[in-house]
Ligand binder design. Structure first.
Ligand SMILES: C[S@@+](CC[C@H](N)C(=O)[O-])C[C@H]1O[C@@H](n2cnc3c(N)ncnc32)[C@H](O)[C@@H]1O
Length: 290
């Protein structure tokens, strides 16, 4: 696949920023998502679905690694692919700190700026952080506004997914998938010079960490945990702490029926009728009324 020199320049996130803070956030979002280095393809490690083919691929891979070689496929990408969040290699550069597209990153910046402008009280929290990219952006937006009185809660097992519910969750996830150790997430924060005492890490499964977490109020709550039970647990313990006027943001509402089911059930059980708005092809948000 030929490198496409012009692809990076086709990626326009927002109108050209006019001040240093905006320019910094614009560059940060392009870097976290790797839209900045878009080259017309992304690399995907070859890992076939069938067990015996996967075994062969592993053997070949182990042999190649002796010579510092790797078996990868090149997946063609366009500028459009970096706007969307996704699980496919097209929407997810292999070394990016987030699997989210730039539409979601733009929307997060806008939500935080909005709660600061309207003085909605509370901290910012993401439950299900993977490599931490979205929470790095949260911290960066607070910094640009000198909002030092709010925390960023970084909530994950840091050992991947718990056991999926085989009756409810889609079949492709396994316990331990998407594991990124806490040390690696902290290191990602350090790379962006974003680690300070206002960033709080909650390590462990939601059912163990959230019930007694010392979180008082939230202004922005983002859930990205991929499973029914995880989404339900996070909603149960965190939504009551979201301030009126704050943002509830959900990845996977449109593309994973198990996440949609957990959210719809919670809305029904708590008579929530706030309007749901789309962000990109999978995520949605609403503003908590009251
Ligand atoms: C899709 S990834 C999150 C992607 C991330 N928000 C980003 O910016 O790329 C899902 C994450 O949810 C975490 N997770 C899912 N269920 C969990 C649970 N019950 N307790 C703790 N972490 C959980 C996994 O460890 C994984 O890191």
């Amino acid at each position: 696949v030929k490198e496409t020199a012009s692809i990076s320049s086709q990626i326009v996130l927002q109108p050209a920023p006019s001040n240093a803070s905006e320019l910094y956030l614009d560059l940060l979002k392009r870097t976290l998502s790797r839209a900045i280095v878009a080259k017309g393809y992304e690399r995907l490690s070859i890992m076939p679905g069938r067990r015996w083919l996967r075994l062969i691929a592993r053997v070949i891979q182990s042999f190649l690694s002796l010579f510092d070689l790797e078996l990868v496929q090149r997946i063609r990408t366009t500028a459009q692919d970096y706007l969307e969040s996704g699980d496919s290699a097209k929407n997810r550069a292999e070394d990016a700190e987030t699997m989210l597209g730039t539409r979601q990153l733009d929307q997060m910046q806008a939500c935080i700026e909005d709660v600061l402008d309207r003085s909605v009280p509370g901290d910012l929290l993401e439950a299900g952080v993977w490599r931490g990219g979205m929470t790095i952006l949260m911290q960066a937006v607070l910094k640009t506004r000198n909002a030092t009185d709010r925390k960023v809660w970084v909530v994950d097992s840091f050992s991947g997914l718990p056991d999926p519910d085989t009756d409810i969750d889609s079949g492709w996830w396994r316990a331990g998938d998407m594991a990124v150790p806490l040390s690696q997430v902290k290191d990602n924060f350090r790379r962006y010079n974003a680690l300070d005492e206002n960033v709080v890490f909650l390590e462990g499964f939601f059912k163990d960490t959230l019930p007694d977490a010392p979180i008082e109020k939230l202004a922005v709550l983002r859930l990205d945990a991929d499973l029914y039970e995880s989404t339900k647990e996070a909603l149960t313990h965190l939504y009551p702490k979201l301030s009126p006027g704050g943002y509830a943001i959900f990845d996977d509402y449109q593309n994973l029926t198990e996440c949609r089911r957990a959210i719809d059930e919670y809305r029904r059980e708590h008579s929530i009728s706030d309007t749901i708005s789309k962000i990109d092809s999978r995520s949605v948000y609403w503003i908590k009324s009251g």
